[in-house]
Design a protein. Structure first.
Length: 289
């Protein structure tokens, strides 16, 4: 990290070029709910959406929040990463096609205290075909989560890498959007289209939707490319870029194979501490209670 000096006071600058803040530990809550719903969205795959969903959810749970993670990707990576088997069990797909079904029947507790999951599997890939002729098809997920929101402080939706009907459902149900963005040049190219989609949903379906911020992921301070891309992201989006930056590490796939969040797999690792810091930053920004 770069260091500058002003009036003999040391100012430590983080990777984004802004002063590094540790952010205070969130205060305990007197009660739980209703949840703020946040969609993790980017139409480009491999940018860290699922990794962020898993570890941010676990981080908030570690701070005493009741969290529901929603696997909204037919690949089911979020479910697998939390160690939940999804074959021959009810999933989010069953709730989308049967609005009368009680969503509590589908919620699965994870090994992380305070963190529950709405699982998904390959069945979800058929959802768009099923929903295309439904009335108010963009609102289906919103109706499902409305019945669960009073019991949680935070609901995180892990979206598929697409801007199709499922992602529009997630954006319509959400209060905020968090965009994980890989520190690679090609990751920047699709951001304008994503922002345009968010603005369309704001205009036509969900006026209260907010862009909570962009999260730089897979950052490698040793490479000029990573540093230049991060600088470009900050130049373009300013304060919408989180101060917290997620570095590239093999610990993430290792934790995924073990089916646990990295804050449980390697709690002292810088990557685990980064996600805990991101949770604190979201509270500091007022995005989550």
């Amino acid at each position: 990290m770069a260091k500058t000096h002003k009036q003999s006071d040391e100012v430590i600058l983080g990777p984004t070029g802004r002063p590094y803040h540790g952010f205070a530990t969130p205060p305990e809550l007197d009660s739980h709910g209703p949840a703020r719903i946040v969609a993790l969205c980017n139409q480009k795959g491999g940018v860290g959406k699922t990794t962020t969903s898993i570890n941010l959810a676990a981080s908030f749970a570690s701070y005493g929040r009741k969290v529901l993670a929603v696997d909204f990707d037919p690949q089911g990576a979020l479910s697998a990463g939390l160690g939940v088997a999804t074959h021959d069990v009810p999933t989010i797909y069953d709730l989308l096609v049967d609005m009368k079904r009680d969503p509590h029947e589908v919620v699965v507790p994870t090994a992380t205290p305070g963190l529950d999951l709405l699982p998904a599997n390959i069945d979800l890939s058929a959802a768009e075909v099923h929903l295309v002729n439904e009335v108010a098809r963009e609102m289906i997920l919103s109706h499902v989560l409305r019945r669960l929101a009073p019991e949680y402080d935070l609901i995180l939706i892990d979206c598929q890498p697409s801007l199709g009907l499922l992602t529009v459902n997630a954006l319509t149900a959400a209060h905020g959007v968090l965009v994980p963005l890989e520190c690679e040049f090609f990751a920047l190219r699709g951001v304008a289209l994503l922002v345009e989609t968010i603005e369309k949903v704001q205009d036509r379906l969900n006026p209260s939707l907010e862009l909570d911020g962009l999260l730089a992921t897979m950052y490698d301070s040793r490479t000029l490319h990573s540093r230049e891309v991060l600088e470009r992201i900050v130049e373009t989006f300013g304060d919408k870029v989180f101060e917290t930056v997620i570095g590239r590490t093999v610990k993430f796939p290792d934790a995924s194979v073990s089916g646990v969040p990295i804050i449980d797999f390697a709690p002292e690792h810088p990557a685990a501490q980064a996600y805990l810091r991101l949770a604190r930053e979201l509270v500091d920004r007022g995005a989550v209670a």
